[in-house]
Design a protein around this ligand. Structure first.
Ligand code: PHE
Length: 337
């Protein structure tokens, strides 16, 4: 009996200084676990002399209940304290200013590309694309520019091999689409093109939008109508548009299109080199040789093609005087659009 009572005293002395749940678990194991001190005594009850057994058993049970109840109380207490501690350390200061998130936006070139696409889609044009790494055949040959043709010098080509180039314009897609599909065709081709050239108005990569419209009786008048409508949508209704005779190997007749200088309203300034006009696009009626090479009958079909530089149009629209600004990734520039 004495031994039982000192067990209780020992328990109380041990549990008193406990401050963590881990320590408490150790004490729990020591006293009421499967191999604990209380369990051992319950098992040994049969070896107590029968006359002492009832009192011994009763006392043992009381001590067992007491120890278990005390363990339970202490556990609740410690859990409460740990939670309190956690709440204190994990507290968030809702008075701190929020973290600033930068919103992304479309690059100005992509914004203008979208605008150009919208205008042509509203006129019934479909959108096509083609490879930027292109066969010499599609970039030159099939566009009536044979190997020794002087027009090859007009464009500073990046060659990958003798017959593979980075496309210098979007015109090769004209041929690829004609090979795939029968007329009528009414498509635009927005995309990247590459030329070995770099200064305030040239970057080695830039964007073009090609246009191609083919049917049985398309005339130069249709070309003028489409181009004028486009520039009036893009730059504003009153913008003067003029066609100037020019030369491309893949169109005949060919023309260059100018718009009235939007900086000086046609009076003549530094940007339009005092001419009052800005060159914005190349175009013409698809050359019969190009039709033949693509498998179309030039007697049966006619059509026009055009190509414009997207960076140049963007620079004119937003009065930007250096093309390289588009590709320096300076947010102070890009965030203005
Ligand atoms: N591909 C020509 C260029 O890059 C533009 C063009 C396209 C001209 C279609 C005529 C017809 O300069």
């Amino acid at each position: 009996m004495d031994e039982l009572l000192s067990l209780k005293t020992a328990f109380l002395e041990e549990i008193d200084p406990v401050t963590t749940l881990a320590e408490l678990q150790q004490i729990k194991n020591k006293y009421s676990g499967r191999k604990g001190l209380l369990t051992a005594r319950l098992k040994a009850l049969s070896s107590v002399p029968p006359d002492q057994r009832p009192l011994y058993g009763k006392t043992l049970n009381e001590i067992k209940d007491f120890i278990e109840e005390t363990l339970g109380h202490k556990e609740l207490l410690l859990k409460g304290r740990e939670k309190e501690k956690r709440l204190l350390t994990e507290k968030i200061d809702i008075t701190l200013p929020g973290r600033y998130t930068r919103f992304g936006r479309k690059h100005p070139i992509n914004q203008v590309l979208s605008e150009i696409k919208d205008i042509f889609v509203s006129m019934g044009f479909g959108i096509e694309d083609g490879p930027e790494i292109e066969l010499d055949y599609y970039n030159f040959e099939a566009l009536n520019i044979p190997k020794d043709h002087p027009a090859r010098d007009m464009q500073d080509t990046f060659y990958i091999s003798d017959d593979v180039v980075l496309r210098t314009h979007t015109s090769p897609v004209q041929v690829r689409v004609m090979e795939k599909r029968k007329p009528p065709l009414k498509i635009i081709v927005p995309g990247k093109v590459y030329r070995c050239d770099a200064d305030v108005s040239h970057t080695p990569m830039f964007h073009q939008v090609e246009g191609l419209m083919i049917d049985s009786d398309i005339s130069f008048g249709d070309l003028k109508g489409v181009i004028e409508l486009f520039f009036h949508s893009f730059f504003g209704k009153g913008t003067p548009v003029r066609f100037r005779p020019s030369y491309f190997p893949f169109t005949e007749p060919s023309a260059e299109v100018d718009i009235g200088c939007i900086f000086c309203a046609g009076k003549g300034c530094r940007i339009c080199k005092t001419t009052g006009w800005l060159e914005v696009l190349g175009c013409g009626m698809v050359h019969p040789r190009v039709f033949e090479m693509a498998g179309y009958d030039p007697e049966e079909h006619s059509g026009f093609a055009f190509g414009m530089g997207v960076e140049r149009l963007t620079m004119l629209k937003y009065s930007i005087d250096d093309i390289r600004l588009f590709y320096e990734n300076d947010l102070r520039f890009l965030e203005q659009f």
